[in-house]
Write a protein that binds this ligand. Structure first.
Ligand code: ATP
Ligand code: MG
Length: 366
């Protein structure tokens, strides 16, 4: 039996409620398996902590995150919690972890579950693709190094490196290999999303994509300009398998993609590097609905399932892989039944009732 240390940062706003449900499910599922056990270490970090103490994340907490087998996060940030220069304090946690643990791959699965009322008119061909975001370079790498002259002109510089681009494109191709084809026809494909027709930085991104793609002749190459991609995500999402893009483009496209599958409350995400992984919902702390037991915990629970899958691959543990699949199946069943849903997806169930329903469904599956 291997013991996995999980650093848990519930964070701000709805972070606590949705993390409680996720931990409830992880604690439940581990009783069915003999190969793994979780040790959850819970840390107080985030905007609320900053407002109380002036420190968003103590150094000791960062060190525990670094030493843990994985990091599970609720949601961090509050509009009013800012540094004197106006920057929101959530960067003290998320950027610190992303940069210092080299979490270069932002993974956003985009999957429409049966029974969820998505906003698109015709989803009969399904939606099931993954946005792979380069997480530490691109235009956002400029965040502190941008230039503002006499309050009259401001510039930012996009950073595209060969190493960074190679790593993220490799990640995308390996992911496509693992996914074994888009559901509609079993075809594996990695779409390079850029603006290579206008900016040389994106042309370079595409050039490196082409070089990496040569190593994966069995996976189809595909290109889309980012503006067209936004249209395809709405008009023909069933055509996609894995999308890979620069930091800002993928950030924007992944918000669009979560709208197509029923909203942020259903959108999980992961930030992954060669040695560390952080798992959190795609949404923020939603302070206006915090403490009311109405937040949707599913995005966070799905992120927890991604964590199990990642740990399972990393440690060659088939039971963890199976546990991840079971959680996803249980969520799929709950959504499909349509009885226990939160307000954001058309129901009236409480956050904790959704957690209970997932456990009940797991009980039936396992
Ligand atoms: P951030 O700056 O961290 O990205 P944000 O300003 O984009 O945050 P979110 O906190 O992600 O905002 O919330 C955006 C909207 O989605 C809000 O109206 C919020 O109520 C809703 N929302 C977000 N997460 C959930 C959830 N888990 N369940 C229900 N509604 C949610
Ligand atoms: Mg946002």
């Amino acid at each position: 039996m291997k013991q996995y240390k999980i650093a848990v940062l519930p964070g701000d706003g709805i972070g606590n409620e949705i993390t409680i449900e996720t931990l409830k499910i992880l604690k439940y599922i581990q009783t069915y398996y003999s190969s793994f056990q979780f040790e959850f270490q819970i840390f107080d970090a985030g905007a609320e902590r900053f407002l109380k103490t002036g420190v968003t994340m103590p150094e000791d907490t960062f060190n525990h995150c670094k030493a843990a087998d994985a990091i599970l996060m609720g949601a961090i940030g509050l509009f009013e919690a800012r540094h004197p220069d106006g920057r929101e304090v959530n960067g003290d946690v998320i950027f610190r972890l992303r940069f210092d643990l080299d979490l270069y791959a932002g993974i956003r699965p985009v999957k429409l579950f049966e029974g969820v009322p998505g906003p698109l008119r015709d989803t009969s061909k399904g939606i099931d693709y993954v946005v792979v975001r380069e997480n530490i370079e691109g235009l956002y790498a400029s965040r502190a190094g941008g230039c503002n002259v006499r309050d009259e002109l401001a510039t930012d510089t996009i950073i595209i490196t060969r190493t960074g681009t190679t790593k993220i494109v490799e990640y995308a191709f390996k992911l496509a290999q693992k996914r074994n084809g888009r559901p509609i026809d079993g075809k594996s494909m990695v779409t390079c999303v850029d603006k290579a027709n206008v900016l040389s930085s994106y042309a370079y991104f595409r050039k490196v994509y082409d070089e990496v793609a040569q190593k994966y002749p069995h996976i189809a190459k595909d290109y889309a300009y980012v503006d067209a991609m936004a249209l395809y995500q709405v008009m023909s999402p069933h055509n996609y398998d894995v999308l890979v893009a620069e930091n800002m483009f993928a950030d924007i496209l992944s918000d669009l993609s979560s709208a197509t599958i029923g909203g942020l409350g259903l959108a999980p995400s992961a930030d992954i590097g060669d040695n560390h992984g952080l798992f959190q919902p795609a949404h923020g702390s939603a302070p206006t609905i915090a403490g009311k037991n109405i937040a949707n915990p599913i995005a966070t629970i799905l992120s927890g399932a991604m964590m199990l899958d990642w740990l399972g691959e990393r440690h060659g543990d088939a039971e963890l892989l199976q546990a991840a699949k079971s959680i996803e199946q249980a969520i799929s069943n709950v959504l499909n039944e349509g009885v226990c849903l939160t307000v954001d997806i058309g129901g009236s169930a409480g956050t904790n009732q959704v957690g209970d329903a997932v456990i009940e469904s797991l009980h039936q599956i396992l």
